[in-house]
Write a protein that binds this ligand. Structure first.
Ligand SMILES: [Zn+2]
Length: 350
């Protein structure tokens, strides 16, 4: 892919003049593409070479949203603005009002749209601006995602009974392995230092508390009776009775207890998935896709949030990829789907 079209460092030394003045823009660029300044005469000329615009001009009475002023097709708006013909003037305009420090300074979508619509019009102007900003490298690298990380929820079939399904979160496999040859890291959300002392209590509390997903107390699922907690009132006299039916009763009780959580788990999964998937993208990446990778060790607040661009060179699993930096080919990394974002390809407008 030709990356030169994506990312252009442009600096406008002298910015564009106001409407109906001659526009003298001098541009410094370190890439091939640059903004070519245009005059209103050139816009008029280009208008007359544009078939769509000519059709409107020749039938202006039936196009109530337009009018002609000084031989230029204008869109009725507040203020009225010239209609920009197809071609590179359109992309130059977006570049000026988004990329350049003095006019746009990489402000977001709504501000850029507003700024350009105050000055120009063309059919599809909003989607063109959307695409331009979505494909802007600097914006992608620096703007935090205001949406959930990508990837839709994958449902796990509820188990038929206790101890039939154990899950834990882990990270890996990592290459190279650790000094001890370990490939995986187990993850825990709790940040406690005295885990050894805390763990039995945490486990006990977890097991004796009602679980939102199963709507059951884990202790009861195993022992068939309610747990007695240290602070619970207890009978001063404990009698141990022998019940010949105990085993049958326990089995009946347990089978009721294990059937009910299955339905509850399914319902909880449905609710959770609905919440999880809402507003979440589920991108599918292919080899050669261009992506950005979340900066791992941000040293300060203003470091870029995403590094790159990288190209996907290998897929190792559903969520694991090998990526190579577009320019520094020796920079190769293994990444997981949650730390990458797609870099949109910029549509050609000329
Ligand atoms: Zn930008």
């Amino acid at each position: 892919m030709d990356t030169r079209k994506r990312n252009v460092d442009i600096e406008v030394v002298q910015s564009c003049g106001t409407h109906y003045n001659q526009c003298h823009t001098s541009v410094v660029t370190n890439e091939i593409q640059q903004i070519i300044p245009f005059t209103w005469e050139q816009v008029k000329e280009a208008q007359h070479q544009d078939e769509e615009i000519n059709n409107i001009i020749n039938d202006i009475r039936n196009h109530k949203k337009y009018f002609i002023k000084d031989n230029m097709l204008m869109k009725k708006a507040c203020p009225p603005v010239p209609v920009i013909p197809k071609g590179r003037i359109r992309s130059d305009i977006i570049k000026i009002y988004h990329d350049t420090l003095a006019n746009g300074a990489h402000f977001g979508r709504d501000r850029t749209i507003n700024k350009i619509q105050q000055r120009y019009f063309w059919p599809g102007i909003i989607s063109d601006i959307h695409n331009f900003i979505k494909s802007c490298l600097l914006c992608s690298q620096n703007n935090p995602l205001r949406q959930k990380p990508p990837g839709a929820f994958k449902q796990i079939k509820p188990p038929d009974g206790i101890w039939q399904l154990l899950t834990m979160d882990f990270h890996g496999s990592i290459t190279p392995t650790t000094k001890n040859g370990n490939k995986y890291t187990a993850l825990s959300n709790e940040k406690r230092t005295n885990w050894d002392e805390q763990l039995p209590f945490v486990t006990f509390n977890y097991n004796t508390t009602i679980h939102r997903t199963t709507n059951q107390i884990p202790f009861e699922l195993i022992y068939g009776r309610k747990p007695i907690l240290p602070f619970d009132q207890q009978q001063p006299l404990v009698t141990l009775s022998q019940d010949p039916e105990h085993k049958t009763k326990l089995n009946q009780h347990l089978s009721v207890l294990t059937e009910q959580p299955k339905a509850t788990i399914l319902e909880q999964q449905r609710k959770y998935r609905e919440h999880y998937d809402r507003y979440r993208t589920n991108p599918i990446y292919k080899i050669n896709d261009i992506i950005l990778v979340k900066t791992l060790n941000k040293r300060n607040k203003f470091d870029i949030i995403y590094e790159g661009p990288f190209k996907i060179t290998q897929q190792l699993g559903k969520t694991k990829f090998i990526v190579e930096h577009i320019k520094k080919h020796t920079l190769v990394r293994q990444v997981t789907i949650d730390v990458i974002i797609p870099l949109c390809e910029r549509k050609r407008m000329d």
